[in-house]
Design a protein around this ligand. Structure first.
Ligand code: ATP
Ligand code: MG
Ligand code: FE
Length: 332
């Protein structure tokens, strides 16, 4: 099976050709980070305009790199949601147009299913599976009893983890996206500042807004008392505290659900500390569970992951018709 996949849910315009749900024949990503950097975050209206400018070129380049024509594809997969409405529309319209023009099935895909299935690029997935989804807009524990079955058993009550990283990055005066720079800066720091660790009532839920405010209050307190602090130590303390919150919940979920495999998914899966800590946790406390961490290149948004998830969706009979449209609040 060969699938052309298109992804435009946020600020990456991406296209990929995937064979048999695991082999990348081509994978093109045009990121808008440099544009949004100037504003310290994604400006939705700007993002959708740049998608419109780039999408045809990205798809053309993707087909050229694969050395294949669209007529050779079995289906066209596309991210239907969730994401920014204007951004999503661009990818969905492009996919619908190609599906119609080449008479190919259209396969709408959930963005987070894509992040989870990115792991299939490096390992055969084993079910029941637990996914720790950590991205710019999501922080979730997703239990998969079987292939293409998703149950969200924990979610964030306020900020997503990536959002918290980006906000703390801004507080520390780091460039956008803050997560990447906090990861770097933390390597020069130590976990020596005590920050508040939120404990939501539901034991598998997450919360990060209190921790983010804790960082702000810590800085304000230092300023009030004319004390100095080491930004690298603060970044490191924030990162370690946030990851400890993630792992506490992941540990509970593994105890409760006894999955065969745990996978990381989403942009924050690129975080070096999280990658290390989760491997340590699983090998120390759950040696019977296999822990899969996606390659760095497949953590942040890309279309390869949509192609992999799209292949499985295609096999499960998922189809979109002419009425298929972007769904910013698409549920898994
Ligand atoms: P969602 O997938 O929830 O719709 P999104 O697609 O906007 O959100 P992703 O591309 O999946 O988000 O991830 C982007 C996020 O990942 C940003 O918040 C960014 O700061 C974070 N991120 C990327 N690399 C790292 C890193 N090394 N450490 C921490 N965070 C990181
Ligand atoms: Mg992005
Ligand atoms: Fe994403």
């Amino acid at each position: 099976t060969k699938i052309l996949a298109i992804e435009s849910s946020c600020d990456e315009t991406a296209a990929a050709v995937i064979e048999d749900g695991k082999k990348i024949l081509s994978n093109v990503v045009a990121t808008q980070i440099d544009v949004h950097k100037k504003f310290g975050g994604v400006i939705p209206e700007v993002a959708s305009r740049i998608h419109v400018e780039n999408i045809s070129m990205v798809i053309a380049e993707c087909m050229e790199k694969a050395g294949l024509g669209i007529e050779e594809m079995d289906a066209i997969a596309v991210t239907q949601g969730p994401g920014l409405i204007g951004s999503l529309h661009v990818g969905v319209q492009a996919a619908k147009t190609l599906a119609w023009a080449f008479n190919k099935p259209l396969v709408p895909v959930h963005h987070i299913a894509g992040h989870i299935y990115a792991n299939r690029l490096i390992a055969d997935l084993k079910f029941p599976l637990m996914a720790l989804v950590v991205s710019g807009g999501h922080t979730e524990l997703v239990y998969m009893k079987d292939e293409w079955s998703f149950e969200v058993i924990g979610t964030t009550q306020d900020d997503a983890i990536g959002e918290a990283f980006d906000k703390v990055g801004r507080i520390l005066g780091l460039p956008y996206p803050g997560g990447v720079y906090i990861d770097k800066l933390s390597k020069e720091g130590k976990n020596i500042y005590k920050l508040p660790k939120p404990h939501p009532e539901k034991e598998l839920d997450f919360s990060f807004s209190g921790l983010k405010s804790g960082v702000l209050q810590f800085i304000k307190r230092c300023e009030r008392n004319n004390e100095t602090f080491e930004p690298a130590d603060l970044a490191c303390s924030f990162q370690e505290t946030a990851i400890a919150c993630l792992l506490e919940r992941a540990e509970k979920a593994m105890k409760q659900m006894q999955p065969k495999m745990i996978v990381l998914a989403g942009g924050v899966a690129a975080n070096s500390c999280l990658r290390q800590r989760i491997s340590e946790l699983v090998s120390e406390k759950f040696p019977q569970i296999e822990c899969i961490i996606p390659p760095l290149s497949c953590c942040t948004d890309n279309a390869a992951m949509i192609g992999v998830a799209g292949t499985i969706a295609y096999e499960h009979g998922v189809r979109g018709d002419a009425s298929c449209t972007a769904d910013p609040a698409f549920e898994l």
